[in-house]
Design a protein around this ligand. Structure first.
Ligand code: ADP
Ligand code: MG
Length: 256
C-alpha cells in the first residue's frame, strides 16, 4: 500500500512517504560477507536511525537498498515493489541518498546543481527545472545562495544543496550516510536541524549517524548494528536507556 502523508513543509510542498522493508538482507564484497540477515522496516513518514561501530556494515546496508552494490540475498520492498527487481535508475529516483561527501558539480551554481538533476532525470525544461530547484533551495534555507558555486559555500551549505538536489527528485524514502561527519563542528547543527525538519514534515528516512543526540531526539526507531548484523532494534528510549545486549552497552559507553 502506498502511504500518503500530507504534511506541509515551509513552502507548502507535500511529501509522500513509502514503507521500506528490508528482509534477511545479505551482502558481500567478493568472498567476504559483510551483511548477514539484516531485517528492518521503516514505516512511512517515520525516521529510523542506524548506529553502530565503524565497519559494522551501515554504509553497505544503504548501498544495498539503493543498489550501488547488489545484495547477495534477501528482499527489499519499497511500498509494494520489489526494489531488487526495479531498474536501478528508477529505484534511485524513488530513494534519495545523501553521502558524507556531497559530490556537487564544482563548476555549476547551487541552482544549476539542483536543476540539472531535474532536467536530466525528470526531463524537465530548463525553466521549469530552475523554478523547482529554487523552491527546493528555499526549503533548505539557501534561496539567497542559489547563484553561488560550491567553493563559495560552507560545507554545511554544500550539504544542504545536496539534500535539496535529492529532495528535488521527490523521493519516497531518503537515506543519509553520516551526512554531517565531514563537516566542521560548528556547521553540523544546521544540517541536523534541516534533517529533523524533514523528518517532521513526513519524509520517510533511514539515517546512518553517529550523532546520538539526533538519534535520541528525532528517531522513531533506532537500529544498532555490529559485525554485519542487527543486534537490537527499539525506540530511542529502549536503545539508549535500557540496552539489552552487552555489545550495545559497550558501544554506548564509548560514544556517549
Ligand atoms: P560502516 O559504514 O558501518 O563503517 P561499511 O559498510 O563501510 O561499515 O563496511 C562494512 C565492512 O565491509 C567493513 O569490514 C569494510 O572493511 C568492508 N568493506 C566496505 N566496503 C568495501 C569494499 N568496497 N570492498 C571490500 N570490503 C569493503
Ligand atoms: Mg559507513
Amino acid at each position: 500500500m502506498t502511504y500518503t502523508s500530507p504534511l506541509p513543509v515551509t513552502d507548502g510542498h507535500f511529501y509522500e512517504g513509502s514503507r521500506l522493508q528490508i528482509e534477511s538482507l545479505a551482502m558481500a564484497y567478493g568472498e567476504i560477507e559483510v551483511l548477514k540477515d539484516v531485517t528492518l522496516t521503516v514505516e512511512p513518514a517515520t525516521t529510523t536511525c542506524v548506529i553502530g561501530p565503524s565497519g559494522s556494515g551501515k554504509s553497505t546496508l544503504l548501498r544495498g537498498v539503493n543498489r550501488l552494490h547488489e545484495p547477495k540475498s534477501g528482499r527489499v520492498l519499497l511500498a509494494e515493489d520489489d526494489a531488487l527487481r526495479l531498474k536501478p535508475d528508477l529505484l534511485r529516483r524513488r530513494v534519495g541518498l545523501v553521502f558524507q561527501h556531497f559530490n556537487l558539480f564544482p563548476d555549476h551554481t547551487a541552482l544549476q546543481n539542483v536543476a540539472l538533476a531535474l532536467q536530466n532525470v525528470k526531463r524537465m525544461s530548463k525553466g521549469e527545472a530552475e523554478r523547482r530547484a529554487l523552491a527546493r533551495l528555499a526549503e533548505v534555507g539557501l534561496a539567497e545562495r542559489a547563484d553561488h558555486r560550491p567553493r563559495d559555500l560552507s560545507g554545511g551549505q554544500q550539504q544542504r544543496v545536496a539534500i535539496a538536489r535529492a529532495l528535488a527528485m521527490e523521493p519516497e524514502v531518503m537515506l543519509f550516510d553520516e551526512a554531517t561527519s565531514a563537516l566542521d563542528p560548528e556547521l553540523v547543527k544546521g544540517v541536523l536541524n534541516l534533517m529533523a525538519e524533514l523528518a517532521q514534515s513526513g519524509m520517510t528516512m533511514l539515517v546512518v549517524t553517529h550523532e546520538m543526540g539526533f538519534a535520541r531526539k528525532v528517531a522513531d526507531q533506532v537500529v544498532f548494528m555490529d559485525e554485519g548484523r542487527v543486534i537490537e532494534t527499539g525506540t530511542p528510549e529502549q536503545i539508549f536507556n535500557s540496552p539489552q545486549s552487552e555489545r550495545l552497552r559497550l558501544f554506548l559507553s564509548e560514544v556517549l
